[in-house]
Ligand binder design. Structure first.
Ligand code: HEC
Length: 227
């Protein structure tokens, strides 16, 4: 059987000179287009990895994070514009695990140098006790963090943190209360007595976020309060 006389054969097909049980094979080069794609993909891979993993390129997860940050910022701005930052809202945010995780990172990178990693105090006051110089209500903490106390070395963080970060880190301070960290600094300021009744949620013009926060505060009514 003369297989190499098949119709598809061209003049430069190169037939290997062995045969397996009468079966012979060609030794033709790969098509040019295939070889070009092969080399192009080898060149492309390191460029892609360098640009997206080590360079300015944004991976999908980064794009997603950026979109979420923009979303929360807008929401925070709207709440600020409507004057809806209240104690119930700030308290409610402490139940948002993802937000508190982000806030903890902000606290450790921006605040820990003066207030200690656990909020135990250092250059700045202890944030875990019941004593406050500028008030211990969530909104008072928010105002202190936002406007700062420039004369005493506490920065006005509204200048360098985005609205959502400001809300998150202020709420996070609320979670430190009573955590009793090691090396706690002595109390400063006045003792703050937590209101006996849970902080009332404002309902005027409340949107979904404020409603959520209110619902979460309602949940807490049954939980024992830390004193
Ligand atoms: C450069 C040091 C420094 C940094 C950084 C800093 N603080 Fe402060 N903070 C202070 C000082 C000092 C005070 C006390 C102000 C006073 O005596 O009136 C203070 C006060 C406060 C208070 C009020 C405490 C009270 O007793 O009323 C809060 C809340 C607070 N800081 C939160 C934060 C948060 C949140 C951050 C990070 C975003 C932060 N601080 C970063 C120095 C700092």
């Amino acid at each position: 059987m003369s297989g190499h006389e098949q119709s598809g054969k061209t003049s430069h097909d190169h037939l290997l000179d062995h045969s397996y049980d009468g079966i012979q094979e060609y030794d033709n080069p790969l098509p040019r287009w295939w070889v070009w794609i092969f080399w192009a993909s080898i060149l492309f891979a390191p460029l892609y990895i360098t640009y997206y993993h080590f360079g300015p390129g944004m991976l999908e997860i980064d794009k997603y994070d950026a979109a979420m940050v923009a979303f929360f910022d807008n929401q925070a701005k709207e709440l600020l514009a409507m004057g809806q930052i209240d104690d119930a809202l700030l308290d409610g945010l402490t139940d948002d695990a993802a937000m508190m995780k982000g806030a903890k990172k902000i606290f450790q990178s921006k605040c820990a140098s003066c207030h200690g990693v656990f909020g135990e105090g250092g250059i700045g006051p202890n944030l875990t006790d019941d004593y406050w110089i500028h008030g211990g209500l969530p909104t008072e903490v928010y105002t202190t963090v936002s406007d700062g106390v420039p004369s005493k070395g506490m920065l006005a963080w509204k200048r360098s943190l985005r609205p959502a970060e400001l809300l998150a880190v202020s709420s996070y301070v609320g979670t430190l209360l009573g955590s009793d960290p090691p090396n706690a600094k002595e109390p400063q300021g006045k003792e703050f007595i937590r209101p006996a009744t849970p902080i009332e949620a404002s309902t005027d013009g409340a949107d979904a976020v404020a409603d959520d926060a209110a619902a979460e505060v309602d949940d807490k009514e049954t939980a024992p309060t830390t004193s």
